[in-house]
Ligand binder design. Structure first.
Ligand SMILES: [Zn+2]
Length: 198
């Protein structure tokens, strides 16, 4: 698959849609992305994972970790692909918890990192990069080594501030508009709230 077919698969599975959407931020957008709509299909999930892994061949990785729930499927697909080359690979997910009025990530359910583990941080979509950065801090707190961040879609508006390399399959610049200043509202296009009807 090349970049064009990544987009085609995202569109076919409705993981990427065009229209007039209200985002969780309240802003309006022409596009909507929900990777779970493609990751529900193991053939596509594994194909994306295989393609992404070719971008960081040679990196030493023995743990893949992603933030729950969004990255759970993709984290496992990547762990499976890396395991095929090195059967010393584990896949973990970190869970969001509120602590002292702050959202942090924790390893629960008996999952753990060991000092010296070489860790790939995985997201389905990177937008602000905040979740990946919090996972980065979590990995460091175990004295493990975060080696790279990887995602299907890079939606960051500019170069991210990750202190480690960042790999993605597809860069997408999504325009978002304030509701009072939205060209789609001006065209009277029906507004869709994702989760209710898509
Ligand atoms: Zn609008």
């Amino acid at each position: 698959m090349n970049n064009l077919s990544v987009i085609e698969v995202l569109q076919q599975t409705k993981a990427l849609q065009n229209g007039h959407f209200v985002l969780s931020s309240g802003k309006h957008s022409r596009e909507y992305v929900q990777c779970q709509k493609v990751l529900q299909y193991p053939n596509h999930g594994l194909a994306f994972a295989r393609m992404l892994c070719t971008k960081f061949q040679g990196l030493k990785i023995n743990v893949v970790i992603g933030p729950a729930l969004g990255a759970v499927h993709f984290e496992l697909f990547l762990a499976i692909v890396l395991y095929e080359a090195n059967n010393n690979v584990r896949g973990l997910f970190a869970e969001k918890v509120r602590k002292d009025n702050e959202t942090v990530f924790e390893l629960r359910r008996g999952q753990e990192l060991n000092p010296g583990d070489n860790v790939l941080i995985v997201e389905d979509v990177v937008t602000t990069g905040n979740s990946a950065l919090k996972i980065y801090e979590l990995v460091k707190s175990f004295k493990a080594n975060p080696v790279a961040v990887a995602s299907i879609i890079d939606r960051t508006p500019d170069v991210t501030k990750f202190p480690i390399p960042f790999y993605s399959l597809l860069q997408l610049t999504l325009e978002a508009y304030e509701p009072g200043n939205c060209p789609l509202c001006a065209q009277n296009l029906a507004l869709v709230k994702p989760g209710s009807s898509v």
